[in-house]
Every structure is written in C-alpha cells, then in structure tokens.
Design a binder for this molecule. Structure first.
Ligand SMILES: Nc1nc2c(ncn2[C@@H]2O[C@H](COP(=O)(O)OP(=O)(O)OP(=O)(O)O)[C@@H](O)[C@H]2O)c(=O)[nH]1
Ligand SMILES: [Mg+2]
Length: 328
C-alpha cells in the first residue's frame, strides 16, 4: 500500500461499484502495516452506514467436495435473478497454497468473467487481527460496493465452520454420499452449524448412494441440537456438473433467508455476531499487547522457572503477570 491513500476518492469509487477500488480497499484491510490499519478502520466506518443489505451465505465442506464448482452455478443463477455476487474464500489456517487459489478461479470459470461477480481468494500469510477480522471487514466493503449476495467458501476443518457461522446469515454444508463423512460430521460438530445440507455429485451411478445417504442424513439431523432458527437442516441432492437440484437449492436458500429477514432472526443474529466480534477483538488485542509487553517479557523467564520447579503456583504467577500489566 502507498503511504498516503485518498480515502475520499477510494470510498467514492467503491460506492459506485468500481471493482478495482473494491480490490484496493480489501488489500488495505488485509495489510499488516499499522498505519494502513487506521486508514482501513476509517474506510470500514464509512462503509458500515451502507452495509448490511445482503444475504451472507457460508458454504462449507471437506476439500474436494465441490464447493467452488457449486458456487459457480449458484452464483450464475443468482446473477440471472438480478443479483450481484461476491465470493470470498476463507481459510483460517491460511494453509492454502497458491495452486488451489488458481484452482478456485478455474472452478468458477463462468462466474469469474461476469461483470456482476467479484471473486476474492483468502488472504495468504499473516493478517493483523486474524483472517476472521479480515473477512468480516471484507463483507462490509462488498456490501457497500453493492454486492447483495455474498458467498463465503470455507474449508471444513471444524474450527472454520464455527468462525464462519459467526459471520453469516445461513450456512450450507456440502457432503459427499458414501464418503463416510455423514457420521464424522456429526462427531466433529460440523453439522451443528449447518442450516441446509447438500449432497454433491448426485448424478449417474452415484444416484442410488446419494438417495440412501439423503434418507440416512435426514434422520440423523433430527438428533442434532436445533439451530437458533428452531429448524433442523433439510438435505438436498445436487450436481453442479449436470445442473440438477440447483434451482431447488437456490429456491430454498432464498426462502429461508426471506423468512429469517421477516422474523427478525437475521437482525438478531447479526447483533449477537457484532457483540461477539467486539469481545473477541478485545481478548485478542489484550493477548497481543501482553505478548509484546517489555515488563512482562522481562519477568516471564523467572516466573516460568518458578512455576516449572513447583516453587510458585501457576495462579500466583499469572496474578503477578497481570499485576505487572494492569497496575501501573
Ligand atoms: N461429477 C461431478 N464432479 C464434481 C461436481 N462438483 C465438483 N466436481 C469435481 O470435484 C472436484 C473438486 O471440486 P471443487 O469445486 O474444486 O471442490 P472444493 O470443495 O471447492 O475444493 P477445495 O477448494 O479444494 O476445498 C473437481 O474436479 C470438480 O470438477 C459435480 O457435481 N459432479
Ligand atoms: Mg474450492
């Protein structure tokens, strides 16, 4: 990022839906430089007044389940219905290689050439305040730029679903029939953040297995705790390659979203999410300050040695560290 950014010009261009400006704004939000953080914060504050008017949909599932391919057809259907679609990829571990980012673009080959679509891969490398903060701010920027359908793709590795569940209005979980992940999903709690489940690649020879998996899963979800919506997830069959089940999926998603908008559930959910992220930012901010505090770092080796040798209790040592930080 340049040293001085014309924030008025950037904001104005972004509000007009200028994609290059949106790209620059996201790069600013992803920057690890302290001075960029302040500019980014100011931009976000301005954008907040124009944000919120969208459907934030999380799309999750194990690598290779077909998330990007489904997003391509789902996104196209949304554009045909008159929407503007932004696709964000989230990988909280930032472990994704540049190879799979390229893979994403090629998997979304129709969507990626649409004027009404914007695709942004996950930030790579470290980001101040974490990937979650970045994604939340990127959501705000996309909304202020006029995107009203946000598709947030995340790799299903347990932790990431929970983070994404705190950013989205609804979550779509993709699963493979016969991959043995029906039960794994329940065990790992992944299904607990799903509002809707689609069994992907339901086509051809795979159909009987997909039908059977649909029955099993439909029964299994009844044993999950209900979502904050009071619903259990429905299970659908889709094939992104054959284009089957896509309209049904889209129809159901839009219905659920409209229902939840009307009932106030989404407003309530977003309020709770905003409070969660405020608390989260305070906690992580405090931890970061303590981790880099000179007095704490000076006192730490002796206290650690005392705790290890058993001459001081861990709680007493913690108390002393906190006092060093707070009582001055
Ligand atoms: N037969 C069939 N193959 C599909 C379908 N959807 C996706 N695939 C294939 O499955 C593979 C993985 O698809 P992706 O869309 O990249 O999967 P993903 O979940 O985004 O994968 P990651 O981004 O790596 O987590 C690709 O080879 C796709 O062509 C489908 O409906 N039918
Ligand atoms: Mg993908």
């Amino acid at each position: 990022m340049q040293g001085s950014i014309d924030i008025d010009a950037l904001f104005a261009a972004l509000r007009k839906g200028d994609r290059a400006a949106l790209g620059r704004a996201i790069t600013l939000v992803e920057s690890t430089r302290i001075q960029d953080r302040e500019t980014a914060q100011e931009l976000i504050e301005r954008c907040l007044l124009h944000a919120g008017n969208s459907f934030r949909l999380g799309i999750t599932g194990i690598p290779g389940v077909g998330k990007s391919t489904l997003i391509d057809v789902l996104g196209m259907a949304m554009i045909e219905a008159g929407h503007r679609v932004a696709v964000l990829a989230v990988d909280p571990s930032s472990s994704r290689s540049s190879g799979s980012i390229l893979g994403d673009k090629t998997r979304m080959e129709r969507l990626s050439v649409q004027d009404a679509a914007f695709i942004r891969p996950s930030p790579t490398g470290g980001v101040l305040g974490g990937v979650a903060r970045c994604t939340r701010e990127t959501i705000i920027l996309c909304e202020a730029a006029g995107y009203d359908r946000l598709l947030i793709e995340t790799v299903g590795v347990g932790q990431s679903e929970l983070e994404v569940d705190r950013m989205t209005d609804l979550n779509l979980l993709l699963m493979l029939a016969g991959a043995g992940d029906e039960l794994q999903g329940i065990k790992r709690g992944i299904m607990e953040s799903a509002d809707l489940i689609a069994l992907t690649k339901a086509e051809g020879d795979n159909m009987p297995r997909a039908e059977a998996a649909r029955r099993d899963l439909s029964n299994a979800v009844m044993y999950l705790p209900v979502r904050d919506s009071g619903r259990h997830p429905e299970v659908l069959l889709t094939s992104a390659i054959h284009g089957t089940g896509i309209q049904e999926l889209l129809g159901l998603l839009e219905d659920l979203h409209a229902t939840d908008m009307k009932s106030g559930r989404i407003a309530e959910r977003r309020r709770a999410q905003a409070l969660f992220w405020m608390q989260h930012a305070v906690t992580t901010g405090m931890q970061e300050r303590m981790r880099t505090d000179a007095a704490i770092n000076a006192a730490l080796p002796a206290l650690e040695a005392a705790v290890k040798s058993g001459t001081k209790s861990p709680f007493k040592a913690a108390q002393e560290l906190l006092s060093l930080f707070l009582d001055r």
